[in-house]
Structures are given as structure tokens and as C-alpha cells.
Design a protein around this ligand. Structure first.
Ligand code: C2O
Ligand code: CU
Ligand code: CU
Length: 510
């Protein structure tokens, strides 16, 4: 919980009515003693207005107020809603039109994370929507079924806007997946689970970026929200549930597990089904990453989805510091109560997807991507100290967050690739902190981690991959569709504070 009794009383200050004090105070204390008292919320499903294969969505980015705590209105942002947005749904082959109205009081963008699409439709930092104006994206969905998402991508403001609520899920369906017989009734046995951590100030408002360590590590909070609700309870309606997990947090990495250590099956990664279900009892999910899991609750025992320690692999002094500052701690995420659930009749499919064949021989080249942080006197040798010296710190400005020694410059295209080719990117991390590396417009395959096989649950198509300190992750990146010599796509760290401080670059497909 966010308040100790004393902090809370102090926060009300002088002149607050005694009545208000006792009301708020009691309800917050009640919550402290009774966690999981909030009900799980299923966000509205928006299937748009369909005419044949064309589907139109109307989205308004707006300001809102949300009661995360009873009796306290927190100022938030949302899409057609007070906090977060609807789950959009369309299918492979559809042409979607997304009409976006910006009413949040400042400039913003809306990015379709995980989609392959024309650069002008990407909703990245170049497709800015001034406050009060509209923007529209139209593109054909040319990728397999997956749980994708959308969020603000306003440069230097992405972290803050997403933190306040500017995000939502986007489901893509296809024929293969609908024939698998896996749970698929929205809100019944197919459930969106957007996990976010937030910090609140004494007035119950979001607290965003205070001290310097928060800039370095990214914004972490001590309150867990699931679909915008503090550690809720889900009354399961079926005994087998498909949970579509999104780590929608700015910076926190989760090590997900059930409290009784029960196994679950991972069936999908960011951008596709896996070739077959993978049994696990731990799942590390970095910001921006998604996973779909199937959990069997036919024993009728309530379970708690937790995040365990061990999510972060920071090295040296930085690791110690993160431990001490509570960046790597245990959390309850949500509780699932299956006591009233109906029995699911269902068989786990052996095969989920015949994966596209890897063709490494055809990769046009191997491109190094070195993620680094050039900051003074912290941790062990950072890339800067090994190579470029202090000059790099001055050149990159901000916190010195760089990829290949360069900090983001909206006017600079870092490189171009050829449409129809693919490349191997060797993404390395010479800094002492973990970085989730994300690429726009592509669905890549993870080839290896430090020369070893990738984790089984990341063998599906992906758009974001966690790179721990001293790791090099090789990914095969195809550039199948869409070319534009002028407008770039982004690649960046999906720790949103790192991204906002320049750990991002741009490429074109020509
Ligand atoms: Cu989730 Cu560049 O984005
Ligand atoms: Cu993206
Ligand atoms: Cu980072």
C-alpha cells in the first residue's frame, strides 16, 4: 500500500475537514488490511465499424480521473476512457483505419507497437498530433495473430504520457489461431492482463520522476495495477484461462509466477504463437513484452499471480543499488478465485504454429547495436570508459543513453535497410543495467543469447527482447513490406525513461 498511517495524516495538512480525514483514512486502512479487495476489470472490447475487410476505429485521447483508491480521484489519461484504452480487435488481412483525436492538453502521438506498417502510419515521434487536432492511420494487417498494443510515443514525453495511462491492447486474430481450440471468449476465458507499477504522492496523484536515480533506472512504483486496478481479484468463470500478459510498465521487469508454484503453458510471445506450448513456472517479462499463458485451475484453489525477486540482472554496484532501492522485490500482481468456475472442456494442442523457416544464410549483413549509458563513477566499466572517454558523455547530453555511441536525434537517420532483405542484429549491452530492445515495423526471431540457445518462450516472433548487462543477443530481422526513403522507423530501449533520454535511433526501409 502506498500510505503509512502517519504519512497519510501528514499529507492532509492543516485545514482539511475532520470528516474527510476519517473517511479517507478508514478506507485506505481497510484496503491495507484486505488486499485483493478490488474486482478485476475487463477493458471494453472495440471491434470497430466493419465494412467487409475495412475496419474503422475512433479513438479520443483524453484527460480523466480514476479512483485507484476509494474516495481519491487521480488525474489520469486514457483513450475513449479515463485510464488506458479499449482492447482493439481486427484480423489478418483487414485494412484498419484508426482515427485519433488528441484532447489531452498537449502534443502526443499514438504508436501501433508490434505492427508491420508504412512508416507514415507508425505513430512514432514524427507523427505528432497537436492538442485539439486529429490524425489518422490506415494500413493492412499483414502478420499472424498476436497480442499487440498501442501507446503514446511523444519524444521526451513518452514515459510520462504512458505512465498517466496512454496505452491499450490491440489483438490481431487469424484463421490458424481461431482453429486451435484454445480459450478465446473475451472476458470469460481469454483475458487481457496489463501489468503496470505506479507511484503515488501524498495527494493520491501519480508521482512521476523525482530523484536522479529514477532517471537512471527508469520510473518504478510500489503499487501494482492490473488493467488500471490495484492488485485485483478475478472471479474465474472457467477453469482454464488464457491470460494475455502485457508488461505495460515504464521500467519494471517482472519475474512472474504463481504463489503455489504451479506450472502454466506459454503459448505466445510478442508477435505470434509459439510453435508448441511451453511448460514453465517462471516468466520474465520486460517492459513492452507480451506473453500469452494458459493456466489450469481445475483444482479450484485460489492462486496469486506474483512477481518474484530475480527479475533484474544488473551488475556490480548498480545491482546492489537496485536491490537496495527496491527495484528488485516481490509483488502481488492479482488473485484468481476459481471456486465458482465452470469446467473448461479443452485439450492443449500439441502444435500451435508452423513457424516460418529461419534463413540466416540470406541475411544481408550483421549489424552491431551497442546499448550503453555514459554516466560518471557508477558501477564498473561502462562502454564509455572502455572506449570513447568523457567526450561521449558531453556529446550525448541528458543521461548519456546511447545506441552505437549516439543519442537520439530526430533529424538523423542512423541507417537504411533494403526492403525484402533481412539482417542479423547483434544487440549488446555494455552498461550495468538491463535494457529491453524494441524495433518498429518488424517481427524478429531471437537466434541466440551470448552464443547459447534463446529461452524457449522467446522462440515465437518478437518485437522486444531483454538484453541484460554483458549479454549479446542476436536477432534475425526481416524487412518484408513497406518502403519509404524519407520517413524512419525507431529502434530503442523500451525502458521509457531511457528512450526519452535518447536511447533510440532511426532507420528507413528503402
Ligand atoms: Cu512500444 Cu517505439 O514502442
Ligand atoms: Cu513499437
Ligand atoms: Cu534501457
Amino acid at each position: 500500500m502506498i500510505y503509512s498511517r502517519r504519512q497519510f495524516i501528514k499529507s492532509l495538512g492543516i485545514g482539511t475537514a475532520g470528516l474527510l480525514l476519517s473517511t479517507l483514512n478508514t478506507s485506505l486502512l481497510a484496503k491495507q488490511q484486505n488486499t485483493f479487495s478490488n474486482s478485476f476489470i475487463v477493458p471494453p472490447l472495440d471491434v470497430g465499424k466493419r465494412k467487409g475487410d475495412h475496419v474503422m476505429f475512433n479513438l479520443t485521447m483524453q484527460q480523466g480521473k480514476t479512483q485507484f483508491f476509494q474516495g481519491i480521484n487521480t488525474a489520469t489519461l486514457g483513450i475513449n476512457s479515463h485510464y488506458l484504452g479499449p482492447v482493439l480487435q481486427a484480423k489478418k488481412g483487414d485494412t484498419v483505419s484508426l482515427n485519433v483525436n488528441n484532447r489531452i492538453g498537449e502534443e502526443s502521438t499514438l504508436h501501433w507497437h508490434g505492427f508491420t506498417l508504412p512508416a507514415a502510419m507508425d505513430g512514432g515521434p514524427h507523427q505528432r498530433i497537436p492538442n485539439g487536432k486529429a490524425w489518422s492511420a490506415t494500413f493492412q494487417i499483414r502478420q499472424p495473430a498476436a497480442t499487440l498494443w498501442y501507446h503514446s510515443h511523444q519524444y521526451h514525453k513518452t514515459g510520462e504520457q504512458v505512465y498517466k495511462g496512454m496505452a491499450g491492447l490491440f489483438y490481431v486474430d487469424d484463421e490458424n489461431t481461431s482453429q486451435l481450440g484454445i480459450p478465446g471468449s473475451y472476458g470469460i476465458d481469454d483475458l487481457p492482463v496489463v501489468i503496470q507499477d505506479r507511484a503515488f504522492n501524498r495527494n493520491g496523484q501519480f508521482r512521476y520522476l523525482g530523484m536522479m536515480p529514477e532517471r537512471m533506472h527508469g520510473m518504478h512504483g510500489d503499487t501494482i495495477l492490473v488493467n488500471g486496478v490495484v492488485t485485483p481479484t478475478l472471479q474465474a468463470q472457467k477453469t482454464v484461462l488464457r491470460l494475455r500478459l502485457l508488461n505495460g510498465s515504464n521500467a519494471r521487469i517482472y519475474n512472474l509466477a504463481f504463489h503455489d508454484n504451479r506450472a502454466f503453458h506459454v503459448i505466445a510471445s510478442d508477435c505470434s504463437m509459439l510453435s508448441s506450448p511451453v511448460k514453465m513456472n517462471r516468466l520474465i517479462l520486460a517492459p513492452g513484452e507480451r506473453a500469452e499463458i494458459l493456466v489450469n485451475l481445475s483444482d479450484r484453489n485460489p492462486v496469486i499471480l506474483k512477481s518474484l525477486r530475480g527479475a533484474i540482472r544488473a551488475s556490480g554496484m548498480m545491482g546492489m543499488m537496485m536491490g537496495r532501492m527496491g527495484f528488485d522485490r516481490e509483488f502481488d500482481i492479482m488473485r484468481i478465485d476459481p471456486r465458482q468456475a465452470e469446467i473448461s472442456t479443452y485439450k492443449l494442442p500439441r502444435t500451435l504454429l508452423h513457424p516460418p523457416k529461419l534463413n540466416m544464410a540470406e541475411a544481408a549483413q550483421t549489424r552491431p547495436m551497442e546499448m550503453d549509458m555514459a554516466m560518471m563513477g557508477m558501477g564498473r566499466g561502462m562502454g564509455m570508459m572502455r572506449g570513447g572517454g568523457m567526450g561521449m558523455m558531453r556529446r550525448s547530453g541528458d543521461g548519456g543513453f546511447t545506441i552505437n555511441g549516439q543519442s537520439m536525434d530526430l533529424r538523423r537517420i542512423n541507417f537504411s535497410v533494403k526492403r525484402g532483405t533481412s539482417e542479423i542484429w547483434a544487440v549488446s549491452n555494455t552498461s550495468p543495467l538491463p535494457h529491453p530492445f524494441h524495433v518498429h515495423n518488424v517481427q524478429f526471431q531471437v537466434l541466440s543469447r551470448n552464443g547459447r540457445q534463446p529461452f524457449v518462450h522467446e522462440t515465437g516472433l518478437k518485437d522486444t527482447v531483454l538484453i541484460n548487462p554483458d549479454e549479446t543477443v542476436r536477432i534475425l530481422v526481416p524487412f518484408r513490406y513497406y518502403a519509404d526513403s524519407k520517413r524512419p522507423y525507431m529502434y530503442h530501449c523500451h525502458n521509457l525513461e531511457h528512450e526519452d533520454q535518447g536511447m533510440m535511433g532511426q532507420f528507413t526501409v528503402v
